[in-house]
Design a protein around this ligand. Structure first.
Ligand SMILES: N[C@@H](CCC(=O)N[C@@H](CS)C(=O)NCC(=O)O)C(=O)O
Length: 214
């Protein structure tokens, strides 16, 4: 298995955690997103979207979109399961994952931040305010749901790790990078810290990847 990723990428982080939990070896090549290498013709030939991760299991074309890759890994290596078997619990785990991966993360990826600043002449601190707003919106949704819905257990969905936790953790580590206040989200914090204390998560952590700041 082979993946194009980036140390800071929340989407690649989610996939790395699943690979670690399932004991799958994957060679990762880092694309420099700050340098714009995702838009070079040679990378666009791999993923025309100009985004990581792009994941290969054998021949191409690669799989893209972290949630689709997580589903693929679930299909080829069902154990340990990262989605519950009960249909409602499974849908809830996916719903929590999608709050992060579909409705929060896309609002702060580099291409959105760069476009905001260049097309609308928004200064960097204004752009960071935009990013923090959407982080807070996503975290508040997670906190409200996790604190009040009966499906929450040790983890976001029950007492087994699921895609919801992989996504939750990928958002949580971004709070440090983007200077987002974390005190209002104690349930998210409890689950994130529990996960990050485990080897499969810790080894996948952005700051443990090549290219990350010391
Ligand atoms: N929805 C996609 C997001 C992919 C994505 O936007 N990845 C970011 C890094 S986390 C990226 O490569 N961004 C490049 C850019 O925005 O220019 C997924 O979950 O895989």
């Amino acid at each position: 298995m082979k993946m194009y990723g980036n140390w800071r990428s929340a989407a690649a982080f989610r996939v790395r955690i699943a690979l670690n939990l399932k004991g799958l070896a994957c060679e990762e090549t880092f694309i420099d997103l700050d340098a714009g290498d995702q838009f070079k013709p040679e990378y666009l030939a791999i993923n025309p979207q100009g985004a990581v991760p792009a994941f290969f299991d054998g021949d191409g074309p690669p799989l893209t979109q972290s949630l689709a890759i997580l589903d693929y890994l679930e299909d080829i290596r069902p154990e340990p399961a990262l989605l519950p078997s009960d249909p409602k619990a499974r849908a809830r785990a996916r719903s929590l994952a999608q709050v992060v991966a579909c409705d929060t993360h896309p609002l702060y990826v580099p291409r959105v931040r760069t476009y905001l600043m260049s097309a609308y002449d928004i200064p960097k601190d204004g752009m960071m305010g935009f990013v923090r707003h959407w982080f807070e919106t996503g975290l508040k949704t997670l906190e409200t749901r996790l604190a009040h819905e009966p499906g929450t257990g040790r983890y976001a969905q029950g007492d087994a790790i699921s895609h919801a936790d992989l996504c939750l953790v990928s958002l949580w580590v971004g709070t440090g990078i983007f200077g987002v206040e974390t005190a209002p989200y104690p349930t998210v914090k409890r689950i994130a810290e529990d996960c990050l204390s485990q080897e499969a998560f810790a080894r996948a952590h952005p700051l443990r990847q090549p290219g990350a700041p010391a």
